[in-house]
Design a protein around this ligand. Structure first.
Ligand code: SF4
Length: 342
């Protein structure tokens, strides 16, 4: 297994709540993103996925905790060292149009990180921009046009070319294909996969769409109310999610239910709404919606603990399926609850 390129330890982001008090958007998150992998980050909207992606890049300043990038403490970096390191950390946004200046030519948009972060000359930047536009399948001639002349998928390719311009090691793709038609999504996903493989990138791929994540991620991390509640390899996750919340997420997507599975068990859905992050439940944060909550879940918050090699779950009663080659914990989910909306 590769070494971590990016690590978060007890990473916390808080902000003032509307009715006073503090809202914890990230609750002491521990996470390793391994060199060369694509880690898929999933969960309902409002669970903290985007906050985590931005905090790892220090676009949002953490309230507490530590981020390591390539062995250096990113949280303590300042000034020139931070600017230099930021060139290694880039983001691909959901709305490529909103993030591209409509008045500028594409060549200037893509060249900007090269000029700013890498100190390239105009000549070097022009050559690199032509290569990048070729790499993302637009062709060098696209540089003379402006963003509004392109389709949504093409604009996302411009956003990817810009993100790659500073030769980053780590890219956060935040809902990078959500705004695109399904046929275009596949093209952009293939492009991102090829870039990760060919350029040795490490990527955090944030999405509410489990079907999309299944296509691109090596491992999956699931978030709920600012906590990581499960981490597993893609295959382990999609064949036997161990956290009740993960199982409900998966069962809410008919195409991802396990073939031949018991329909009563396979249709595990969630009760109730996502709790107010400013006023979370005591004990396990998921207990108000959990179909198998036990008395101890009310009083004791579960730790994220390893239940099998490479697999960690934050639950007192993880649902361990036969797919893992481990004994069933005896947990079963009630079907009498309603759908989760991703
Ligand atoms: Fe459900 Fe308890 Fe596990 Fe929380 S700790 S997910 S309430 S079983």
């Amino acid at each position: 297994m590769s070494a971590p390129l990016v690590s978060a330890r007890r990473l916390r982001v808080e902000y003032p709540g509307r009715a006073g008090g503090r809202v914890r958007a990230l609750r002491d998150v521990d996470l390793d993103i391994l060199q060369g992998e694509t880690l898929g980050l999933v969960g309902e909207s409002g669970c903290g996925k985007s906050t985590l992606g931005r905090a790892l890049l220090r676009v949002i300043e953490p309230s507490a905790g530590r981020i390591e990038f390539a062995g250096s403490d990113l949280t303590r970096m300042r000034g020139r060292q931070l600017r230099r390191t930021r060139a290694e950390l880039q983001m691909v946004f959901q709305d490529p149009f909103g993030s591209l200046n409509p008045r500028r030519k594409v060549a200037d948009i893509v060249a900007e990180p090269l000029l700013r972060a890498r100190g390239a000359t105009r000549g070097e930047a022009a050559k690199a921009v032509a290569e990048l536009l070729d790499l993302v399948g637009l062709g060098a001639e696209a540089g003379a046009r402006r963003p509004h002349e392109f389709s949504g998928g093409q604009r996302q390719r411009i956003g990817i070319a810009r993100a790659l311009a500073s030769s980053p090691q780590f890219v956060v793709a935040d809902e990078a294909v959500s705004a695109l038609d399904v046929s275009i999504q596949a093209q952009v996903l293939n492009l991102l996969s090829d870039l990760v493989r060919d350029r040795g990138l490490t990527m955090l791929f944030i999405s509410h769409d489990l079907g999309v994540v299944r296509h691109i991620a090596d491992r999956i991390a699931v978030m709920y109310l600012g906590q990581i509640i499960e981490i597993a390899s893609r295959d382990a996750f999609f064949t036997g999610p161990a956290h009740p919340y993960s199982r409900a997420l998966l069962s809410s997507v008919p195409a991802l239910r396990r073939p031949g599975g018991d329909p009563a068990r396979e249709r595990e859905v969630l009760e109730g709404e996502l709790p107010d992050p400013a006023n979370p439940p005591e004990g396990c944060l998921f207990r108000t919606r959990c179909p198998i909550a036990a008395p101890e879940c009310r009083t004791r918050m579960p730790e994220l603990r390893e239940i099998a090699p490479g697999r960690s779950v934050r639950c007192h009663l993880p649902l361990i399926s036969g797919d893992l080659g481990l004994a069933d914990s005896g947990g079963s989910a009630s079907p009498a609850i309603k759908d989760v909306t991703l």
